[in-house]
Every structure is written in structure tokens, then in C-alpha cells.
Design a protein around this ligand. Structure first.
Ligand code: GCW
Length: 671
């Protein structure tokens, strides 16, 4: 696949007669070329101020800029990362902040206004982020493979560190700083204990030193049993004094190397990982053990709520059941990190009922930027609408308007720390993310982490102008395509609340028939769709698994009732007869057929849109996107045929005659 793309790109460059610049995507959204030497002065100097200065000197095309650190009541109110922009691009501009990091973010804001042609005549704005910690989670292993990574190998060249330093470390930090991301968990939550050896910590320190001027803090995922596996202790029991001391010493060693180390991320008693329950202790015991060790250094402990076991209980209910009884038992530097939905980063899920349910425990959200379940780096799926859908969901936890955003950003639940995480989609491929449009998802995560009130449309607009061109003839149709792409993916993969129909393990193509007698039932598609001669869908109503009861009123009742349940989530909550009539007037069966078909047709439209835009795009990126859309279109047909032909064996109903006929046969697909 890669080779084909490369050959295509070369061909396109030749075809274009070498007129267009080669654009390999490596510059992301930071593509301003200017010979301008802007005048920039600062009232204080530091490594971070130097970055801000250099960015402005080399890219800013307006009047002189003054960078001012001022610890006034006004700047302090904007927090550590906030800033104000004042003056006029024609005469003089002043960026004021309480800290050097604020200046850096202010500088990138000014450049973004320039690069998106949105500079006002008079600058008068104050900004501060909604979340204090805006973090990427890398599922990168020490051997440089990436769990669920689709853009090459890990950026971190562990074998070469600390001696040899890739220029990409600084480029990565710079890209993050430009969108406000200020933290990076370097290693996989399925953590290798070796990361905590002194040998690796010195490598981590090297990376942290490079990130620091860009305001990006380093965090690590830890292996809960490290005191045993690394430290040689007989166990890793969180109440064992030796274990407590081991962690204290380890944390001290880390902070001696990295004074601004961010903290730990932990996956414990989840999918085979060790944890406090191995010793009859609770998640709170485990989290507090580490939080106490980190506390003197202002480190935070992010404890994941992604826990479930192959029991009779509905998987969607298990995280809530485990954590709600522990509410209030966690230290104030613990964050419970909760995936956006109750299962696992599906194309569409309801929000996790844990949001708002923990009344006395700090909660943070985890999104997945890497497209494990959304077509890898092959499908163009713009994720801002998905992120927004969750952030804007009303939990009703503290009455109407208790959106997930307001529950987690400190608005409704005053918090010591606020944070938001996204599982990164970066790798060592030249364009960082595999698909040129996957860069938009990294960008969108950063922008929403800074300000969750931005719309997906605004973010797409910014990103397109910076990444491609500001020509309206290009922006308009491509923005439309991006905004439609997530819903198209839901349609061709799992419409109307279907979920987890993926091929086992790989999570790429469809395998709705997936059933392995020896495997875990909760990893199999048939567990989730429950198709039979009557209908399809998982009954999570009061009559079924009663997962609806984990939602606050009135959601509980709305989800419970087939007539009021949001139809986008119908088969998530209900087992619905094939002939049940939906709001569209279609039966469930017909509607399923139309949705799958609509998904396919949308991708065909994306292809048409893109092909028309050839004159506006450099040859290289044009060709890459074109070939990836082709793959996406083929995959969409594959999904549609596999799901419809398989479900038809239960519904026994005809596929409506006005939609595209299957081109595959079920038996072939099953092979
Ligand atoms: O989505 C699932 C993935 C696993 C992942 C796990 C998790 C890192 O399939 O690869 O492991 O979730 O989030 O811990």
C-alpha cells in the first residue's frame, strides 16, 4: 500500500511537470514561508520566550510585537497559560501573560489569526484554556511498535537515546505547543516496567529537556507491579510499606532528573494488567499509593476507568459499578480517566455514565485520536464532531446543562486539577499521521482541549487554511466533506446504535458473524448485536441489562423507552424488531439498508469532491488522499455488504430495490 502511494505521488509530480511544490505533509499546519524579519522584543528572557520570539520573527508579517510578562490581577486571572492580545497588526501588537507559556500560546494565536486571514484591525482578546492539562497519550512501546498506531513506528528512538537526538522531538513539541497541548504520556498504558529503570529515565529526561521550552510536560505510564518485577519485592501490594517506599524512591529519582515531570497514567486490573485487586485492594488504594508519592512534587495520577471482565454483567455497565462505590476515596491529585463512551471508542457511543456520577472525585475524559475503530489511517474521518458530541452531551448530573464538558472542566465541580487526554495518532511516517486528513484530528483535539466551545466547523476551517490553502473554492467543499465524514463512517460501519462489529483483534473490517467458542464473549460482535429472527440490538433497558439505570433522569427514562430513545443510539439500548417503524417511516430493516447505502454513497461523493479539487492541491497530497479515498470507498462497500448480507440471514427481508446491490457474497466475505 505504502509503495503504491509513493509511486503514485512520483507519477503525479511528473505529471504536474514539477510546477507544484512537493508537499509531503511533514510541516503539518505550520507551513508559513516568509522572509519577513519581524521586530519582537520581550521584557524577560527564557528558553520559552526565545521560542515565541523566533516563531514571530520568522513568520509574523505585521507590526512590531512586544512580549510582556506581567503578574497583574488581570493576567493571573487568566491562569498560567492564558494571555491577552492587544494593539493593531498595522502599528504595534502586545502579548501579555503571567507566564512565559502564556506568551508562547499568545504568539501562536497571533500567527494563527494571520495564517487564517482573520486578523482584526484592532486586537483586543483574552484567552485561557478550559482544561489545565491537555495531554496526548502515546500507546508507544519501547521496541518502537505502537499499539493501534497506523503511522509507522514510534517517534521515540529509545535505542538511540540519550546520545542521538531526532529533530522530530522538537518538531513534535512545537506542533503541540501551536495548538495548546501541554503534556505527553510517552509510553503505552500496557506499560513495560523497564521504562522506570534509570537507563530509560535518562532517555526520558532527554526528551523532557527538549519539550520543556515548548511548554510540553512529560508523563509516563507505569506498570503497577513494577516494585515486584523491577524492584525485586515479593509483591506490589499498595498497602505494603516496602512497596510504598519503593514508589516514593522511584518518584524522587524521576523528579531529580525531571523537575517538572507531569505524573503517571495507570491501566490496572484491566485486560490482564496487574493492579491493586491482585492483592484484594481497591482502585482507590492503588491510585492513592501513587498519588501520595507524586504529591510533594505537584505530580498528578491519572487512573483509567477502562475496566471490564468477562462476567455475565453487561460490559457497558462495569466501569460504573467498580468506581461509583469508591467515590470520594481518591486523593485530590488523582484524576479518573474515562473513555468517552462506556465500551471502547466506537464510531458512535453514548457518553460514559460515569461522567457526573462521581460526585467527589475528579474526572477527565479520554478520546482516541488514532482511528482504531474508524478505518485506521486509511479512512478520512474528521473526529471533531465525535469529540464535540460527547463534550456537549448533557449528563443531567447537577441538573439540566451538566454537560460532560462542564462536569470535567471545573465549571460545575470545582477541581484541584482539570485534564483531558487523547490517544495520539502520530508515528514516524513523514506526514506524522499516515493520512493527510488525520492531522486534522490531532489539531482538533488540541483546539478543543483549549476551548471546547469551538465548533467542528471553525476548527476545520482553521486547519484547512493553514494546511492547504485559503481559496474558498477549496475550503467550502472540503470543509463540507470533513464535517460529513464521521456520520458517513457511522453509516457504512455501524448505524442506528450498532457497535463493535469489527473483525476480532485487528479492528479494521467487518465481522458481524464473529464468534469464537473459546474466546472472551465480550470481545465478539455477536455479543453486541444479538441479531435473531425477531430483530437486532442489545437490550439495555430495565427489562434487559438495565444499563439505562446508570444515567441520570430524564436520560434514564428516555433511553429506556423505544419511542423516546435517540434513534442514533437505538440499537445500543434496544433489541428492535426488524419490522419496527422508525421516525423516517421506514422499517428498521429498510432503514439499516438505506443507512449502509448512504454511507457508501457519501464516500463516493467525497471522491468526486476531491477529484474536482486537483487544481488547488499540490500533486503529492492530492494523490495520497485520492488513493486513500479509493480504499475507503472499497471498504465502505465491504462493510455494507458484509453487514447487510449477514443480518439478512436473520431478517429474511429483501434489500430495497432502490439501493446499490451487493457485489460480494457472504461466504466469500466470511473467508
Ligand atoms: O481499545 C482497546 C484496544 C487496546 C487498548 C485498550 C485500552 C492499550 O483494543 O489495544 O490497549 O483498549 O484502552 O487499554
Amino acid at each position: 500500500m505504502k509503495r503504491r502511494t509513493a509511486i503514485l505521488s512520483i507519477w503525479m509530480l511528473v505529471a504536474a511537470g514539477g510546477i507544484l511544490h512537493a508537499e509531503d505533509g511533514s510541516r503539518l499546519w505550520l507551513r508559513t514561508d516568509t522572509t519577513a524579519q519581524a521586530q519582537v522584543i520581550a521584557n524577560q528572557q527564557s528558553a520559552t520566550v526565545a521560542v515565541a520570539k523566533k516563531e514571530l520573527q520568522t513568520q509574523w508579517q505585521g507590526a512590531p510585537v512586544q512580549l510582556k510578562i506581567a503578574r497583574t490581577a488581570a493576567t493571573r486571572a487568566l491562569g498560567d497559560d492564558g494571555y491577552t492580545l492587544a494593539g493593531s497588526p498595522q502599528t504595534s501588537v502586545t502579548i501579555t501573560a503571567a507566564t512565559e507559556k502564556g506568551l508562547l500560546y499568545g504568539a501562536y494565536h497571533l500567527l494563527r489569526l494571520q495564517d487564517t486571514q482573520s486578523l482584526p484591525a484592532v486586537l483586543d482578546m483574552a484567552e485561557s484554556p478550559k482544561y489545565a492539562r491537555r495531554i496526548l497519550n502515546h500507546w508507544d512501546n519501547l521496541d518502537r511498535s505502537i499499539e493501534r498506531g497506523y503511522a509507522g513506528r514510534s517517534l521515540w528512538e529509545w535505542e538511540k537515546l540519550p546520545g542521538e537526538i531526532s529533530p522530530r522531538y522538537a518538531e513534535y513539541a512545537r506542533a503541540n505547543a501551536s495548538i495548546g497541548i501541554n503534556g505527553s504520556v510517552l509510553n503505552n498504558v500496557n506499560a513495560n516496567p523497564l521504562i522506570l529503570t534509570n537507563e530509560y529515565l535518562i532517555k526520558v529526561k532527554t526528551i523532557a529537556d527538549i519539550f520543556r521550552p515548548y511548554g510540553v510536560k512529560v508523563y509516563l505510564s507505569i506498570h503497577f507491579a513494577a516494585p515486584k518485577t523491577l524492584g525485586g519485592l515479593p509483591d506490589a501490594d499498595p498497602l505494603n510499606k516496602e512497596v510504598i517506599q519503593w514508589w516514593k524512591d522511584k518518584v524522587k529519582e524521576i523528579y531529580a532528573l525531571i523537575p517538572d515531570f507531569g505524573g503517571f497514567l495507570v491501566k490496572a486490573n484491566s485486560e490482564g494488567q496487574s493492579g491493586p485487586q491482585d492483592y484484594g485492594r481497591t482502585h482507590a488504594d492503588g491510585a492513592n499509593l501513587l498519588a501520595d508519592a507524586l504529591k510533594p512534587y505537584h505530580g498528578i495520577l491519572m487512573w483509567r476507568a477502562f475496566v471490564y471482565n468477562p462476567t455475565k454483567e453487561d460490559r457497558a455497565k462495569q466501569a460504573y459499578q467498580e468506581f461509583v462505590p469508591l467515590d470520594g476515596q481518591f486523593r485530590d491529585n488523582v484524576m479518573i480517566q474515562i473513555k468517552n463512551g462506556p465500551i471502547d471508542f466506537q464510531p458512535r457511543e453514548p457518553f460514559s455514565p460515569l461522567f457526573g456520577a462521581l460526585q467527589h472525585t475528579q474526572e477527565m475524559i479520554e478520546f482516541q485520536i488514532t482511528q482504531e475503530y474508524l478505518g485506521f489511517s486509511n479512512h478520512l474521518v474528521y473526529l471533531a464532531p465525535l469529540f464535540k458530541e460527547t463534550l456537549d452531551s448533557d449528563t443531567y448530573a447537577d441538573g439540566q446543562g451538566s454537560t460532560v464538558a462542564k462536569i470535567t472542566d471545573g465549571t460545575l465541580r470545582p477541581a484541584q486539577v482539570t485534564a483531558i487526554a487523547g490517544v495520539a495518532n502520530t508515528g514516524d511516517s513523514v506526514n506524522w499521521c499516515g493520512h493527510p486528513f488525520a492531522q486534522a484530528n490531532w489539531y482538533a483535539f488540541g483546539r478543543l482541549a483549549w476551548n471546547h466551545e469551538l465548533t467542528p466547523e471553525q476548527i476545520a476551517d482553521e486547519w484547512l487554511r493553514m494546511t492547504f490553502t485559503s481559496d474558498e473554492n477549496f475550503i467550502r467543499p472540503v470543509k463540507e466533506m470533513m464535517l460529513a465524514s464521521r456520520e458517513a463512517c457511522v453509516d457504512y460501519m455501524m448505524p442506528i446504535g450498532l457497535h463493535h462489529l469489527f473483525s476480532f483483534h485487528v479492528h479494521y473490517g467487518p465481522e458481524p458473524w464473529g464468534y469464537f467458542p473459546d474466546g472472551r464473549p465480550d470481545w465478539m460482535p455477536v455479543y453486541y448485536h444479538r441479531a435473531d429472527s425477531i430483530g437486532v440490538g442489545f437490550d439495555r433497558t430495565e427489562a434487559g441489562s438495565n444499563a439505562v439505570s446508570q444515567y441520570f433522569s430524564p436520560l434514564h427514562e428516555q433511553f429506556n423507552d423505544i419511542k423516546t430513545c435517540d434513534e442514533r443510539l437505538l440499537l445500543w439500548f434496544h433489541h428492535v424488531p426488524w419490522t419496527y417503524t422508525l421516525q423516517s417511516g421506514n422499517t428498521l430493516w429498510d432503514e439499516l439498508c438505506y443507512r449502509y447505502d448512504r454511507g457508501v454513497q457519501e464516500v463516493r461523493d467525497f471522491q468526486k469532491t476531491w477529484d474536482r479539487l486537483e487544481p488547488y492541491v499540490d500533486a503529492e497530497r492530492f494523490a495520497v488522499v485520492q488513493s486513500k479515498l479509493r480504499v475507503q470507498a472499497r471498504d465502505a462497500v465491504w462493510w455494507k455488504d458484509a453487514c447487510l448480507l449477514y443480518f439478512q440471514t436473520f431478517s429474511k427481508l429483501p434489500i430495497p430495490y432502490d439501493i446499490e446491490r451487493p457485489v460480494h457474497q457472504l461466504d466469500d466475505l466470511k473467508k
